[in-house]
Ligand binder design. Structure first.
Ligand SMILES: Nc1ncnc2c1ncn2[C@@H]1O[C@H](COP(=O)(O)OP(=O)(O)OP(=O)(O)O)[C@@H](O)[C@H]1O
Ligand SMILES: [Mg+2]
Length: 360
């Protein structure tokens, strides 16, 4: 096992810089998820850690050893890709064993490792089968087995689940989490799926355009998004954003005139006439009776209802904006109804409209 230290890392393709001096310290045994939209540089970061891509500046160390000029095969890492290649003509046993082809271990030790790996992955009864006789999830486990059998210090996963259907994806997500809990190997996992990031990560790194927007535990980035981008990217549906203006007495006024006291955590950061966005998550925006307690009060008309089982998403039109709130299934209003929306003071986020950074 090993820690991974990324210091002031840059990547240029020709004259185009795509990674702009990132720092990231990954602790031994940590499960870090790099998340962000397509093209933000997630795969590039992973490939630089793996040594598949040269770095244009900075330093990468694995287990305390700078690996800038170390060959991929000598970095003690294993990488699992989205398009996992397993050999159709080889059995599961041989496919997993392929990970040890360059190892100098005695045959008996190799055999034990292959069987132990298969056991951890629930593949013991399938060792003599060929890939065509396996389900999609079983094939993906064979691909992971091939990486695991080498007992690397660090696992790198590049969207390993994105070719699977939704159900299998959820199942494999759970399996990867259990594997990490059992083995404790350092993992760097890339995805553009925020649910995958939230459920798997010890720590999430939110990337955009080759920069890190925010790093933190899933709870930290959900509760305290540092930027409007991070606020919108994590959480589904996305955080509602309303244009607002700061007042001289630690409050904001919304476009329609409603006044909202600033959350205490803002602590003097707010200025009079400052252009802002007020953010509130659908989970915290409640459909209430008039006069219900709360810091934020809005009124609008229900445009669409999306039932989700125990609760429903309620889309509410307010002027030229549409907000989304959540309501318990048995208290869902009708389309066309006039409703009150309320949020507690601590559910209100404020962002500077210019910098798009959180005020608190
Ligand atoms: N070989 C290359 N030559 C030139 N530009 C490249 C090359 N590989 C990637 N890029 C560019 O670098 C940027 C980051 O790409 P990267 O593949 O790391 O994104 P990503 O976050 O993994 O996206 P996705 O979610 O689509 O996989 C993109 O703008 C991409 O076009
Ligand atoms: Mg990618």
């Amino acid at each position: 096992m090993a820690d991974v230290s990324i210091r002031q890392i840059y990547k240029q393709y020709g004259s185009v810089e795509v990674i702009h001096g990132l720092d990231l310290e990954i602790a031994d045994g940590e499960f870090v998820v790099l998340v962000g939209p397509s093209g933000c540089g997630k795969s590039t970061m992973l490939r630089m850690i793996a040594g598949l891509e040269e770095i244009s500046g900075g330093e990468i160390a694995i287990g305390g050893r700078v690996v800038n000029h170390v060959e991929p095969k000598d970095r003690n890492i294993a990488m699992v890709f989205q398009n996992y290649a397993i050999y159709p003509h080889m059995t599961v046993y041989k496919n997993i064993g392929f990970g040890l082809r360059t190892s100098r271990l005695p045959q008996a030790d190799k055999d034990r490792r292959i069987r132990d790996t298969a056991k951890i992955l629930g593949l013991t009864d399938l060792l003599e089968r060929r890939p065509s006789q396996l389900s999609g999830g079983q094939r993906q486990r064979v691909a992971m087995g091939r990486a695991m059998v080498r007992q690397p210090a660090v696992f790198l996963f590049d969207e390993p689940l994105s070719n699977l259907d939704a159900q299998l994806r959820a199942q494999m997500r759970l399996e990867i989490k259990k594997l990490h809990q059992a083995m404790g190997t350092t993992i760097v996992f890339v995805t553009h799926d925020q649910v995958e990031a939230m459920t798997l990560a010890d720590r999430i790194v939110i990337m955009k355009d080759g920069y890190i927007q925010q790093m933190g535990t899933p709870t930290e980035v959900y509760e305290h998004p540092a930027t409007m981008f991070a606020a919108r990217f994590i959480g589904s549906p996305s955080m509602n954003m309303l244009p607002a203006t700061g007042t001289a007495d630690a409050a904001v006024t919304l476009a329609g005139g409603a006044r909202v006291p600033a959350p205490p955590s803002v602590n003097g950061a707010l200025q009079a006439d400052q252009a802002l966005f007020l953010g509130v998550r659908p989970d915290h925006l409640l459909v209430t009776e008039p006069g219900a307690p709360g810091a934020l009060h809005l009124e609008g008309t229900v445009s669409v209802i999306e039932p989700l089982g125990p609760e429903a998403l309620v889309y509410v039109t307010i002027g030229d904006r549409e907000l989304v709130a959540k309501a318990p299934a048995h208290k869902t209003p009708e389309v066309g109804a006039s409703v009150h929306l309320t949020a507690a003071g601590e559910a209100v986020h404020l962002f500077d409209a210019q910098t798009e950074r959180a005020l608190c």
